[in-house]
Design a protein around this ligand. Structure first.
Ligand code: ADP
Length: 245
């Protein structure tokens, strides 16, 4: 479904991603782990064209974008973003809209879909993320875990082929992490294609089909979680895992 080929990203002189190549199959759950500052978030943002890669190419389904130092066109962004949806660390909900208004906004305004149908689907999504009782609440009335579940429902309303999660639990109090991870696990079981940048190693091990370890902008090692976490091949991976596990 996704093919990343020799993708690099510079911020001025700082080469943050160095020739990343990666393929993701439909239905696959891929976790990206690695030290802080290694380029994980930048890679995720490049996959959604929230950042403009410097070189290389990105293919999602039938859309191919080749990068040559220029900012991708608006059309290229729209084409890529129709297939992928990002869940952010800090939720990015519209503060002046209720939970259900947050969910129906883009399907109505961007996708110009039928309101009755969109509202019915939003009600289903609210059930799925356990927020039916909060549908008329504003984000400030919700806990962090509830905000993140609302943000997930809002992205799901756009029916993305691939969901991108950028450290979805790192802004949450520890006791609220589990409820968000449960929603993501349920999506994995339903076969939703997902790429998850996470610090939750136990979660990555449990939910992922494949784990990619990134350090200094390179893919150091990738593999099935039971292999990568138990018997990493590279010294760099071993050192990282010793620290975080
Ligand atoms: P990670 O998600 O692994 O912690 P990031 O992708 O956030 O790493 O950051 C990788 C590097 O890119 C860091 O050195 C960071 O300072 C730099 N960086 C990220 N975003 C920007 C930006 N918008 N402008 C300049 N440098 C950036």
């Amino acid at each position: 479904m996704i093919k990343v080929d020799q993708l690099s990203k510079n911020f001025n002189d700082n080469e943050v991603l160095k020739s990343i190549s990666l393929e993701i199959e439909k239905g696959e759950v891929l976790s990206i782990i690695g030290p802080s500052g290694s380029g994980k978030t930048t890679l995720l943002r490049c996959l959604n064209l929230l950042e403009s890669p410097t070189s290389g190419s990105l293919k999602i389904k039938d859309v191919v974008v080749t990068f040559n130092g220029k900012t991708p066109s608006k059309k290229q962004k729209v084409d890529i973003q129709q297939y992928s949806g990002m869940v952010f660390q800090h939720f990015h909900l519209f503060p002046h809209k209720t939970v259900i208004e947050n969910i129906i906004e883009a399907p109505l305004i961007v996708q110009k879909r039928d309101k009755q149908e969109v509202v019915a689907e939003a009600e289903e999504l609210l059930k799925k993320v356990g927020l039916s009782a909060h549908k008329n609440h504003y984000p400030e009335q919700l806990s962090g875990g509830q905000k993140q579940r609302a943000a997930i429902a809002r992205i799901l309303a756009l029916k993305p082929d691939v969901l991108l999660f950028d450290e979805p639990t790192s802004a949450l109090d520890p006791e609220l992490v589990g409820e968000v991870l449960t929603v993501i696990k349920d999506l994995a079981q339903e076969g939703q294609t997902m790429i998850i940048v996470t610090h939750e190693m136990h979660f990555a091990r449990e939910v992922s089909d494949r784990v990619v370890f990134i350090a200094d902008g390179y893919i150091v090692e990738e593999g099935k979680p039971e292999v990568l976490f138990s018997s990493p091949q590279e010294e760099r991976t071993k050192k990282f895992l010793e620290k975080v596990l």
